[in-house]
Design a protein around this ligand. Structure first.
Ligand SMILES: [Fe+2]
Ligand SMILES: [Fe+2]
Length: 415
């Protein structure tokens, strides 16, 4: 809803839809943007702008404090007192099924259907056939509904199901990550559906890039990279060529998902607020999925390492506020992560606690000697009774000899 308010009443996180002035008569490049700090409010006041129009639906939710390097303590963590005898973890939470687990079977159905659609989309594009836009929309609606019921179930699923072909899963994964972080950012269902469509189509243009470039295991030459970069503009062109009945913002997401805040992106070298905000969310999810996926030329990074890398792009490639919200949405320890506690116990992360990222809901799966518990207990690390228990490190599941998917209710997730 658009509301006119005094500039002095603006708050960080609000979305200014219009500063009510011609572009040369206000301090910003565009007339709309999210307020990311007090300085921006002062700039408007200093320009003599006494009233602005805000879009209340786009106000960013304050889900937690801004992140700092302290929020990424895995490697930097001080060595824990290993000499002490392992303490007993308080097993305060009695339930064995979390809210996320309840949503997983429904999320899996939506995911599997969308994966089929993603495959059909690539096939249609390769054969120059018409895209069934209604089918994509139906799938995206289901994804948005699942995220509305539980923000993390679909995200957990894409982490636990890493065996499908990247060509088909990538767009769907980017869609899920984007919808989920868009939800955390306070976007409306309508915006989430547009974002879901844009992300499903974002790499469509790759069907017109030669396979030897797409699948090249070695570094691309400058010439090859220039060809590869055409895919974003081609994605938008295909949507326009087919005259699909989609919102203009869907086409914008496809065209601009590789634009970067400092103008170093492509195809139009947009910078700052020139980049559509939905394209920014797609860009963040795109980088995260590319880094965490196994490809012909690299082994996927652990999620927390990928987030650390994305955090290093804060303020250059992506606006700080968006990076913070993205990390808060994905969670520093996403569901499915295998972790070692300071007590020596091994646990599987079940749910992100979005207001205390270092204290997720976990299942205790092995004792400090590596003995697997037959009936793993659910523990809420954010509970005051567990305040002395913390995550010490993340362990690759293979190294721990564990399949984290075993600890989730994945019935219905088989394809
Ligand atoms: Fe792309
Ligand atoms: Fe992509």
């Amino acid at each position: 809803m658009i509301r006119k308010i005094p500039t002095k009443n603006l708050e960080v996180g609000m979305f200014v839809a219009d500063v009510g002035r011609a572009w040369f008569n206000h301090p910003w490049k565009t007339k709309s943007r999210h307020i990311s700090d007090q300085k921006e409010i002062q700039e408007l006041i200093d320009f003599g702008i006494e009233e602005v129009f805000i879009d209340t639906q786009k106000t960013l939710k304050r889900t937690g404090p801004a992140l700092s390097a302290r929020d990424f303590p895995y490697k930097a963590a001080a060595p824990q007192a290993q000499t002490k005898a392992p303490r007993q973890v308080q097993e305060q939470v009695a339930e064995t099924v979390s809210a996320l687990e309840e949503e997983l079977p429904k999320a899996a159905k939506a995911y599997n259907r969308a994966l089929d659609t993603s495959k059909a989309l690539v096939a249609a594009c390769r054969m120059n056939k018409r895209i069934e836009v209604n089918e994509v929309q139906e799938n995206v609606d289901e994804l948005v509904e699942s995220v509305s019921r539980n923000q993390d179930a679909l995200s957990a699923l894409i982490k636990l199901r890493r065996f499908d072909d990247y060509t088909y899963t990538h767009s769907l994964n980017v869609s899920v990550l984007s919808i989920s972080s868009g939800k955390a950012l306070g976007l409306s269902d309508e915006e989430l559906k547009i974002l879901g469509m844009g992300t499903m189509f974002h790499d469509l243009g790759k069907c017109r890039i030669p396979a030897f470039i797409l699948n090249k295991p070695d570094k691309l030459t400058d010439e090859e990279f220039a060809i590869m970069k055409n895919h974003a503009a081609l994605s938008a062109e295909i949507l326009i060529e087919q005259n699909l009945q989609v919102d203009d913002q869907v086409i914008e997401v496809a065209r601009h998902h590789h634009e970067r805040m400092d103008g170093s992106g492509y195809p139009d070298h947009l910078s700052g607020d020139q980049i559509p905000y939905l394209a920014t969310i797609c860009g963040l999810s795109d980088v995260y999925d590319a880094l965490t996926s196994d490809r012909v030329y690299h082994k996927g990074m652990m999620p927390h390492d990928a987030l650390k890398f994305i955090y290093s792009l804060r303020g250059s490639h992506f606006q700080s506020e968006w990076v913070d919200r993205f990390v808060q949405s994905v969670g520093i320890y996403p569901p499915g992560s295998v972790v070692e506690l300071n007590t020596g116990h091994v646990a599987v992360v079940m749910e992100v606690n979005h207001s205390a990222l270092l204290s997720p809901l976990i299942k205790l799966v092995a004792d400090p000697k590596g003995q697997i518990y037959p009936r793993p207990k659910l523990i809420d690390l954010s509970s005051p009774s567990n305040s002395s228990t913390s995550i010490k490190d993340v362990i690759p599941p293979k190294k721990a000899g564990l399949d984290p998917s075993y600890y989730f209710n994945l019935k219905g997730a088989e394809h």
